[in-house]
Design a protein around this ligand. Structure first.
Ligand SMILES: [Zn+2]
Length: 537
């Protein structure tokens, strides 16, 4: 039996990548044999020679290994030069050294093929595979290839990828059979990156047949999850789906007439990923859950604060200026935000700590001041006004003690940076924060907010986490001062916390009065404003 199989594989290995893998007993970068018993969903993609392909995928599904092995196979047997791109130059180093080099080292058949061998270039037989970042336009100009593989398409610089694509067109003129282009990525937002290609593709879904009721469909969250038993279930008869029915699934096209081959890989059908883990992920950040667990694009409206969002919160006019809270961002220029439950009524900047102290005393306010980078004077103020002035530190809430943790003994308050900014941004976008100010008075304030945005990034450990960043070289002090004000507000409201996570959509339906360009202001319903403030508690 064995010898006859070997003969068959010899014949077909040149056009069949799986035959090549099995014949040569290829191992993955960890030294385990590459197998297709659990990875049945990878069989079709390993054999798919459609020139245009898109893979909208969850994390950790074995796609990187597939891309590397296939590129070696195509360089060797299809005579293709290949460009394999990554989002950044570092990523290339992070990828080639830990993934590709061990793969070569562990597999004699690959090692024997490789000639010139650097981080950015591997010679495979008489062809080349170029590993390139996608942030340097200059890198893209000098090389040409007939197959372009874009890894992490959504997180790459689309302009640079376009340049690589033009290199592909040149090669196509010489070899019309090639000129292939494959995109794969964890998706980001709808209508961008792999999602665009996916929409135009044949949209292959992995269908799983229920062994009990024969219902045959692709797995969806939450329909195919039993949250009590923590297992995958049939969406129709609700019985537990055994592991082997996931493995026995098959790819089903949604659209017949597309020249783009598309695969959607969700962890919902990955046999070695437990339902328990998926449920756990679903309780975390929704963006990460959709992009990296379900392989779905996701947009949260709370990834930024726009001018329009702030304008919708404007309610210029009377504020009683009682029970006042002040947030202060600490820098050479101290940035402050002053307000109470009726709204924020003053924002500004000063170089002088004495002015900050004077304002605090004027309102007898609760004040939260960022500790860094100049902690000395804030610390002195906290000592001078115990229980009224607090020093603030951003500190991740690893032990689930709460987004905001007060220590009145030390006169400090710590908050989880991502979660507390999430909360403030969601509050502005839901119009749950009011500004008793005009648009003109808020010009700098709006500018600072527009410089901050939420992104998902890998930690040094490779775990995807959301974080708030600022556009390089731009100020964001008013955004942080608003966060400190929001924290200070918690102390002014004796009836409890104002920052709770996560909370349902705002129930407010009526629009705020807004200041118009000529500075006329519609009459303000104070009662309504007060009611709104009360509802927040
Ligand atoms: Zn069933």
């Amino acid at each position: 039996m064995r010898s006859s199989r070997t003969i068959d594989l010899d014949k077909i290995e040149s056009f069949n990548c799986i035959a090549w893998i099995l014949k040569n007993n290829l191992k993955n970068e960890n030294g385990n044999p590459i197998e297709f018993k659990d990875h049945t969903f990878l069989i079709d993609p390993y054999l798919d020679n459609t020139p245009k392909q898109v893979i909208k995928k969850a994390a950790q599904v074995g796609w990187s290994t597939l891309a590397i092995i296939r590129s070696f196979h195509l360089a060797r047997f299809a005579g293709a030069n290949i460009i394999h791109t990554f989002p950044s130059r570092n990523m290339s180093k992070d990828f080639v050294v830990p993934k590709i080099d061990p793969l070569i080292a562990r597999n004699k058949v690959l090692k024997d093929l490789v000639g010139v061998d650097t981080v950015a270039l591997k010679q495979v037989a008489d062809r080349y595979i170029y590993y390139r970042g996608s942030y340097e336009q200059t890198e893209a100009i000098s090389i040409s290839a007939s197959i372009l593989i874009n890894d992490e398409f959504d997180r790459s610089n689309q302009k640079v990828l376009k340049t690589y694509r033009s290199r592909l067109d040149d090669a196509k003129r010489e070899n019309p059979d090639l000129g292939w282009e494959w995109q794969f990525s964890n998706p980001s937002i709808p209508g961008y990156g792999v999602d665009v290609w996916w929409e135009r593709s044949d949209q292959k879904h992995w269908f799983v047949k229920c062994p009990y009721c024969r219902h045959d469909w692709y797995l969806k969250f939450p329909d195919n999850i039993d949250f009590d038993k923590k297992v995958r279930i049939c969406a129709k008869c609700h019985r537990t789906l055994p592991r082997h029915s996931l493995v026995k699934g098959r790819w089903v096209k949604k659209k017949r007439d597309s020249d783009i081959s598309g695969y959607w890989i969700s962890q919902m059908f990955i046999p070695w990923i437990s339902a328990d883990k998926i449920i756990d992920d679903s309780l975390g950040d929704p963006e990460i859950f959709h992009n990296f667990t379900l392989g779905e694009p996701y947009v949260s409206k709370d990834t930024s604060v726009t001018r329009e969002a702030i304008i919708k919160c404007l309610a210029p006019g009377y504020n009683p200026r009682t029970n006042v809270a002040i947030g202060v961002d600490n820098a050479v220029n101290k940035t402050y935000v002053i307000g109470n439950k009726f709204g924020i009524f003053e924002v500004g900047e000063t170089e002088d700590w004495a002015e900050i102290e004077r304002m605090r005393n004027h309102y007898n306010a609760i004040m939260v001041v960022d500790a860094n980078p100049y902690p000395h004077i804030p610390q002195k103020m906290a000592m001078k006004y115990p229980g009224r002035v607090f020093i603030h530190y951003y500190q991740q809430d690893k032990k689930k003690l709460g987004i905001i943790r007060w220590d009145s003994q030390e006169c400090t308050v710590r908050s989880d940076r991502t979660k507390v900014i999430d909360d403030v941004v969601a509050s502005i976008n839901a119009r749950d924060i009011t500004f008793n100010l005009t648009e003109r008075q808020l010009e700098d304030y709006i500018y600072h907010w527009r410089n901050v945005y939420r992104v998902i990034k890998p930690t040094p450990m490779g775990i995807m986490k959301p974080t708030w960043e600022v556009i390089e070289g731009k100020p964001d002090h008013f955004a942080h001062a608003t966060v400190y004000w929001r924290i200070a507000m918690e102390m002014t409201l004796s009836s409890g916390h104002i920052v709770d996570a996560p909370r349902p959509e705002s129930t407010r339906s009526s629009a705020h009065p807004t200041a118009t360009a000529d500075m006329t202001i519609p009459a303000l319903d104070l009662k309504e404003v007060a009611e709104r403030a009360m509802r927040k508690r």
